[in-house]
Each structure stands twice: as C-alpha cells, then as structure tokens.
Ligand binder design. Sequence first.
Ligand code: 3PG
Length: 217
Amino acid sequence: MKERLMSTTSLSALQVMQDAPVIPVIVLNDVAHAVPMARALLAGGIRMLEVTLRTPQALACIEAIAKAVPEAVVGAGTLRSKADAQAAANAGARFAVSPGYTSALGSACRDLGLPLLPGVATGGEIMAAQEDGFSALKFFPALQAGGSAMLKAWSGPFFDVKFCPTGGISLHNAPDFLALPNVLCVGGSWLVPADAMAQGDWARITHLAREAVALRA
Ligand code: 3PG
C-alpha cells in the first residue's frame, strides 16, 4: 500500500488517514526549521505532515518541504477559506485539513484537486460534510467535544464515516481512540514540540515519530 501511494499522483483523504497512526499537527515559525523537521519526522516513519496555516511563514515552509523532501507528503492545516485552499495548493500542499466545514471550502478543495479532511464536532456538521461527498473527517476538538465516547455514539448513525480525532490527543490517550473501528488515525502536535524545534533537537522529533508509529505495531 505504501509503495503504491508513493508512485501515484492523486491522493485521497482516506489514504492520508491510513498511512500512519498519527498525523503531526505542525506549527512553524521559522522557514529554516521546515526541512530538518520534515526529515526528522520522515526518519521516524511519519511522512504525512500537516503544516498549519497559523504563522506568516507557513506557506513558505510548505513550499520548502515540498521541494526539498519529496519522500514526505506535505499538507496544509487550518484551512478556513477558498483563499487558504488556493494558497495551500500554490505552495505545493498535497492535502488539506480544516478545523470546521463549509461547502465553499469543500468545493474549493475539490476544484483544486486537494484531498480535504474537514473538521466536524456535531452530527449536523457530519451530515453537511457527507452531503458534499466527504466521509473521511477530522473530529475537532476531539477531547473537548466528547472524546472517544462521542465517537462510539456516532458509530451507530454515521456507520459509514471514518474519523481522525485531533485536539487533546497524546501518546498516552491515543490508544483509546485508535482502538475504535471508526478511527483510522489521530492528529496531534505532541510530535513536534516548540522547544525541540527551537533547539534544533531533530533527534527528539525522530524519537517521538517512532513512538507514534509504534502505536499501531
Ligand atoms: C489542531 O490544531 O488540530 C489541534 O489544536 C491540535 O491539537 P493538540 O495541540 O492538542 O494536539
């Protein structure tokens, strides 16, 4: 499955979610950190990288990773508008993640050929995303919005939806989520701590990535 994914040009949201047990949620403040950080995660076995559009440097970081680390699959997180989707695609993002869902964002990503993991936190939001053809969703903010109990409740009516819970997930509580049949992976920022990045402690990031990969041993 991994080899096939590397050789294809089109990617689906399901493939993004199935590649590793954790999608790292990355906040970059310095373009110089982007490539060594991506290589560190890759060395630990994580190649789907969500760089959030939360800093002025984010788009330049996505561009740098897309060019210098082709073995990684860099995506953009925190997309909230059509303009964000366009900017992410222009920078070379290969997938997108959003904290919530609007039809405008869904159709912008579809037009750009950018697989989207839309964020949802309620049944109505799941139904709106499904109406537009999205059934691989991010559950955000997972812990605050009901945690694993919420996902168990949703597995009845939304039996055909798969989730990537994100928000409040750590190495310690990730197994509770990953054990659920409707969870394909989790998202989390713990793999890329701000202090490790500031110190250039890439070995620590590789170690955190290895630990995350081992969640699905
Ligand atoms: C996100 O931005 O998707 C989440 O805020 C990440 O949540 P975490 O920092 O609790 O992992």
